[in-house]
Design a protein around this ligand. Structure first.
Ligand code: GTP
Ligand code: SPV
Ligand code: MN
Length: 583
């Protein structure tokens, strides 16, 4: 037994018996352990060493070609009452789900080692952080968890002090899509995942714990667990602000979190720092503001599109100590993906000689795993036990039409309505069709561990818990013209929108009241050195009354799908917008 926590010791024993693992190994988080896992993964062929000259200590892992993304159709929330999971989740009776999973886990680790990974989500000394233990039979998962969380002895000591932790059981199983399930038991704080070794399906600290289980727990305890990046903005006057932004998977969180402002902004003294790129835990502080931590310690970021001109900070992280999953390789064994540069890859993400006839060289959901500390814009405030105070919350998605570049909520409840009804085109981050517009409330459609009606009610209720809440905005970087081109340049130029948002928070930027919220006029956006036609900017900031009337009709239908658990405040705000539009 390697722990003084009896519940943990008993659980590990029980799982070892169920899975019939040959060995049990407790991860301690040391550098020597890291090295020995890398060695083992190279030996057994799970890793390929990338060019040590250009990419020291970087490894390539190619997953099973049928195991390349999250599987929302195989992901379940198992609450006692089906109604508590809500129409936004697949539900299974907890008893039945446990039985199903335990049958799959029976004997699945015969001949294999069971790894115990104690981890802490958030700074080890933060009262906002929460711990978990993942049991897995995948050394690749161990190495990802090492980068993505604070794992090992320090986390175990905290678990022993606190006595509580989330239990996550994982096996890659046979990687058979027919024998693959990601089950959550939020009432028991338990996760069981079988049959996938990929990303959010297998790194249980991430989506399973930090979003699905944590969102459920946060509702009971009065805080928020969100699919949001956190970034710091320092103004030329030296004022430090923090912004949290929720965009659906593969819709720009990593990019915005690491934004490098345009030249003129840098000269003026603006500074952007990165606290997190995917998950944000926020709770009301004594000052009535929301204080946020990034529960993660690393980035599991989308590789395709990452380049010198789009996200130089991200690219700079990836030259050492990085795990690449499902990217392509150049002839000299450097990692490569679409959008990186104009070299032609030699080998594709399935290890075949590259042939354009086989589709993209890197899988569209190929990813890098890297420590957050390697990011040039990494903020030291990420380690603050108290978190950072949030000034603005931003919601966004991919909308080719209608939704303007930026819009400010009239008030908190209107902000909750805007977040609750964000729609976005689906991406390769989950299996299924890409490019279909669906509502993705707060970017949490795949990740909310309970009924959306209750979740929106919880958001509305934050007003009673904190009297100095952030201002709320929506943005849309993805409007397209008739030729299918993006109308807004995006990436670093998004700074111009952030400047307006910060100006609104400080009370210095102008806004005019529209039917759908408070918006800048084109002249309120800084366009110095921006290569954009003024009529394009006008179009990006226009409110199309007819389109919004239809949108609101669709929003009303959407809310009705969630029945009487939807807070009345959302209908009231929707009615206001409808009245504005018809007057
Ligand atoms: P997850 O890790 O899946 O939660 O995703 P994410 O939200 O962090 O996504 P990420 O920042 O990696 O964005 C993925 C895709 O969005 C890439 O193809 C980017 O090139 C594209 N993207 C990001 N920002 C912009 C932008 O401002 N404009 C445009 N046009 N594309 C963008
Ligand atoms: C997402 O899909 O939102 C991700 C990647 O951040 S994964 O960890 O696979 O869920
Ligand atoms: Mn994500």
């Amino acid at each position: 037994m390697s722990t003084s926590n009896q519940v943990l010791a008993d659980w590990v024993q029980e799982v070892a018996e169920l899975t019939q693992a040959d060995d049990i190994y407790w991860c301690n988080g040391s550098a020597a352990e890291d090295e020995s896992f890398n060695h083992q993964l190279l030996e057994d062929g799970s890793y390929k060493r990338l060019n040590p000259e250009t990419h020291p200590n970087c490894y390539l892992h190619l997953s099973d070609p049928k195991d390349v993304a999250r599987v929302e159709h195989l992901t379940f929330i198992c609450t006692q009452q089906a109604s508590d999971a809500g129409p936004n989740n697949h539900w299974m009776d907890p008893q039945q789900a446990h039985k199903k999973m335990d049958d799959l886990f029976k004997g699945c680790m015969k001949g294999r080692t069971l790894y115990v990974i104690p981890y802490c989500m958030g700074p080890i000394d933060s009262p906002i952080s929460r711990c978990g233990v993942e049991i897995t039979d995948s050394a690749y998962v161990v190495q990802n968890m090492r980068l993505m969380t604070r794992m090992g002895d320090e986390a175990l000591r905290r678990i022993e002090r606190e006595g509580t932790f989330v239990k996550g059981l994982h096996s890659t199983g046979e990687l058979d899509p027919e024998r693959r399930f990601i089950m959550h038991f939020p009432e028991e704080r338990v996760i069981k995942s079988y049959g996938s070794g990929y990303g959010g399906n297998a790194l249980l600290g991430k989506k399973c714990h930090a979003l699905r289980i944590a969102s459920y727990q946060a509702k009971d305890e009065g805080w928020l667990a969100e699919h949001m990046l956190i970034l710091g903005i320092k103004t030329p006057a030296g004022k430090q602000h923090y912004v949290a932004a929720a965009f659906p998977s593969a819709c720009g969180k990593t990019n915005l979190a690491m934004l490098i402002p345009p030249e003129g902004y840098l000269q003026d003294g603006w500074e952007i720092t990165t606290v997190g790129d995917d998950i944000c835990w926020m709770r009301p502080g004594e000052d009535g503001r929301l204080w946020a931590i990034n529960p993660e310690a690393g980035f599991f970021g989308v590789a395709p599109g990452t380049a010198k001109d789009t996200n130089p900070n991200a690219l700079a992280m990836l030259y050492q100590d990085t795990i690449f999953t499902n990217v392509a390789q150049t002839a000299d064994e450097q990692p490569w993906w679409e959008g990186l540069d104009d070299r032609v890859p030699a080998i594709d993400w399935q290890g075949r000689p590259y042939d354009p006839a086989n589709g993209p060289a890197a899988h569209p959901n190929s990813r890098f795993t890297v420590s957050a500390k390697r990011c040039p814009s990494y903020s030291p405030a990420s380690e603050d036990a108290s978190g950072v105070p949030i000034d603005a919350i931003i919601f966004g998605g991919r909308r080719a039409s209608l939704v303007p570049l930026v819009n400010e909520a009239r008030n908190w409840n209107h902000g909750v309505l805007m977040g609750a009804t964000v729609a976005s085109e689906t991406t390769a981050a989950a299996t299924g069709k890409v490019g279909v517009v669906r509502r993705d409330p707060m970017a949490m459609k795949p990740f909310c561990g309970y009924h959306f009606g209750d979740y929106w009610g919880h958001w509305v209720s934050m007003q009673e818990k904190a009297n100095n809440l952030p201002k709320v905005f929506t943005v849309n970087w993805f409007r397209k013209d008739e030729d299918g081109g993006f109308m807004w340049p995006g990436f670093g130029e998004n700074m111009r929108v952030l400047e307006w948002i910060i100006g609104r928070c400080q009370g210095t930027a102008e806004a005019h009241e529209t039917a759908i919220g408070l918006m800048p006029k084109a002249s309120d956006i800084n366009t110095e050195n921006l290569d954009l036609d003024s009529d394009v900017l006008e179009a990006l900031l226009a409110v199309e009354a007819n389109g919004w009337q239809q949108e609101n009709q669709s929003v009303a239908e959407f809310l009705q799908e969630y029945g009487d658990r939807v807070p009345q405040a959302l209908y009231d705000e929707l009615a206001k917008s409808e009245k504005n539009l018809s007057s």
